[in-house]
Design a protein around this ligand. Sequence first.
Ligand code: PMP
Length: 381
Amino acid sequence: MDKKVLVMIPGPTPVVDSIREEMGRPMQAFGDPRFVADYRKLIDDLGVMMNCNGQCFPLAGTGTLAMEMAISNVTKRGDSILIVSNGFFGDRFIDICQRKGLDVDVISAEWGDAVTAEEIDKKLSEKTYAAMTVTHVDTSTAVVAPIDEIGAVAAKHPEVCYIVDGVAAEAAEYTDMEAMNIDILFTGSQKAFGVCPGMFILWASKKALERRKSLGTIPEYYVDFEKWLPVMENTAKYFATPAVNLVWALAESVRIINEEGYKARCDRHRKNADAMVKAFESIGFTPVAKPGLRACTLSVLLYPEGVDDAKFRAAMYDNGVVCAGSLASLAGKSFRIGHMGNVDENDMIVALGAIERSLVTCGVDVKLGTSIGVYQAEMAK
Ligand code: PMP
């Protein structure tokens, strides 16, 4: 029998059968009227989900390509951009923007903390920026940024295109583009949407689309809004080949989300994450993210005294659950565990059980069942 391993890294996340089945469907031509209709519905449903007043682009590629698409369509060489960074993925924008010849200013938080809306307001008032990037949930720290408060600040600076990297957040952390003044939002298929890796979804507001138009021809080709707009408006048209089966898989994910209700899904993630944090703390772990800034999609947990990271994660794998190591300065000190997408309470209990057994392997004196008891009591409230 194949070893059963529950994938609890912060993406890709477990893929439920009904989504996986879409991946195995017989191929259709992308011009087949049935696929044309399926793609149309997906684009429209995703636009409604995030309350986007412009255009949603669900395309082949990963979150990093969406980062490039976001920057490329609202800035030109020499423009100033403000990068708000709460960790590793916030910092990724620095390299992307420098390579594009932008004038880059960075405002960073200590890992575990978040840059505040007030700090951002101050920066935006000192200089004219074409755009600003904020990482909704930084997957290196599990810090969630106050995107709503930052949106209120962005509204005071209409020259700034407000870009939100929602790769580790969307479909779990509540987002409303219009209410939050977000101009570009994006995510990857493999995170809280619970689909295999391979697609990203980028939402652009009317303002972002207008900014793109004002730039004339841009150097980038595949990620140019202008190349894709005709296809997004009429899915019978061709620019580059859509990832047919992934489009179906994403459509099934959207159906699942809408069946639960988008807001209800976000509320479920919040309740689950709060219960998981209490469970983790009950067996000696400390979240890296400060209270009040803890994402609902994943946790980054400092080990109790004396636990060896490599030994712990190897024991986790042996116990049938895969979690992720930490990044940069947190490597070896903490591990990362996803709790987003189409996972349920039973998956959490399996994960907590594996964590407890792995702690025992690492020599920690933990009473088996402790964290599972805490989790179940919290979820029963
Ligand atoms: N941004 C964030 C917040 C992420 O978590 C990730 C992936 N972990 C990315 C961007 C990059 O996405 P991808 O790996 O799909 O290119």
